[in-house]
Every structure is written in C-alpha cells, then in structure tokens.
Design a protein around this ligand. Structure first.
Ligand SMILES: Nc1nc2c(ncn2[C@@H]2O[C@H](COP(=O)(O)OP(=O)(O)OP(=O)(O)O)[C@@H](O)[C@H]2O)c(=O)[nH]1
Ligand SMILES: [Zn+2]
Length: 208
C-alpha cells in the first residue's frame, strides 16, 4: 500500500524554500539548479529543472550516479547517454526535473565495489551475480532521499523517464503517482550489449 512519504521527512531537512536556486547554463540545456543535503544519509543530490515546477504530470528522471559513465563516458553501461537523453527531453518538451542521486553509485554499492564487480564481469560473471558474489544485493539503491525531494518540491504526480520498473514501484510506494513511463532507448555497443541484455532479462528493464 502506498504511504505518504511527506509525513516521514526527517527533522532538520532543508525545506524547499531554503534552497538556493541558481542558473546553470550548459551545452545540454539551460537549467535551474538546486542542491539538497540529506540529513539521514549525508548525501548531497543535485536537482536540475527546466521551466516552472509542476505539481502534476511533469517529466521526472531520477538518475543514479555513475561516475564512469556520466563523467568519463564509459561504454560499459548506458548511463551517460541516458543522462544526456533525459536532459535533452526536458529542453525539447515543456520542462521537467532531473534528480541526480549521489550515493546510488554502482546500484548503491559504491565505486570501489562497482569496479570489483566489473573485474568479476571480465571473468565472465554477469552484473547481478557479480554483486551477489561480492556479498551485496543485486540492487541496493534507496529512493527515500528522492521522495523527500519530491515532497519538498510539492510534486504529486510525474511522467517518469526510465526503463526500470523498480523506480516506478519505489515512487508509487512513497505516495507519488506515476502517470506514465517514458522510455529511454539507447543504442547498444559491443561493450554494454551483455549488460543491457542482463538488465532486460534478469531485472525486468523495458529494453525492447
Ligand atoms: N554494481 C554495478 N553497478 C553498475 C554496473 N553497471 C552500472 N552500474 C550502476 O548502475 C546504476 C544505473 O543503473 P541502471 O540499471 O543502468 O539503470 P537504472 O537507473 O536502474 O534504470 P534507468 O532509469 O532505465 O536508467 C548506476 O549507479 C551505475 O553506476 C555494474 O555492472 N555493477
Ligand atoms: Zn553507468
């Protein structure tokens, strides 16, 4: 059953009115930027938006940090093109929000462990079993900070940019209505083919 996550926001949380809103021009679009420090996890997340914030039906991407893909354009995953695709979509359509989730690196296991998981994948293990062999769950991401941010921004329903059904479930369980899933189709390359196939087959991602 869905819970109203707004009622659970921890004491000491920045209110949306305390946030500095700054202009962030970039080759990927002209954004408003806000930063949010979570009192429960200590993570600092970046919120980029285009246009006025919508209470209902705005585009939303919750992007999990991937230093290797987002910054260094690693071809092992599809994160870099997904981030660019989502930001382009906000500018092309009538605005929306991207929440860039720090602390989600490596599906929540962190950078050091992600690279250990990559080493196992180079020995033939797939992305899920690599996590399991290292003693992690297949996906350790927590969406509570994203839910806090949405509550503080007054967002009630969204069109969610993702191929991952678990992200939709996390929002719905936190009391945010997901009106539509907006897919992000990224061309596979020889380095990420197997990874994308595992996400489709074993994690239920909508990847065609
Ligand atoms: N543990 C681990 N994490 C990975 C691996 N490849 C990418 N990641 C991380 O996975 C996260 C992105 O998750 P994805 O499954 O690619 O995509 P998603 O965010 O769940 O779904 P979309 O919304 O469709 O992008 C980022 O934090 C990456 O750092 C891997 O092989 N192992
Ligand atoms: Zn990635």
């Amino acid at each position: 059953m869905a819970v109203n996550h707004c009622e659970k926001i921890p004491l000491g949380t920045q209110g949306a009115t305390d946030w500095e809103v700054v202009h962030l021009p970039s080759p990927l679009g002209d954004f408003q930027a806000r930063a949010f420090r979570s009192p429960s996890t200590g993570s600092e997340h970046l919120v980029l938006s285009v246009g006025p914030l919508k209470v209902r039906g705005g585009l939303l991407r919750i992007h999990s940090e991937c230093l290797t893909g987002d910054v260094f354009r690693s071809l092992r995953c599809d994160c870099g093109p997904q981030l660019e695709g989502a930001l382009a979509l906000l500018s092309r359509e009538d605005g929306g929000i991207v929440i860039y989730m720090r602390g989600h690196e490596g599906r929540g296991i962190g950078l050091v462990e992600k690279l250990r998981a990559y080493a196992l994948q180079e020995a033939g293990v797939d992305t899920i079993d690599a996590n399991l062999q290292l003693g992690h769950a297949e996906d350790e991401r927590d969406y509570a900070d994203a839910l806090d941010i949405l509550c503080l921004l007054g967002v009630q329903s969204v069109r969610l940019i993702t191929n991952n059904p678990q992200k939709r479930d996390a929002l719905v369980q936190g009391g945010i209505e997901v009106e539509e899933l907006v897919p992000l189709r990224i061309e596979a390359n020889p380095h990420n083919e197997r990874y994308l196939e595992t996400k489709r087959r074993r994690m239920g991602h909508y990847l065609g």
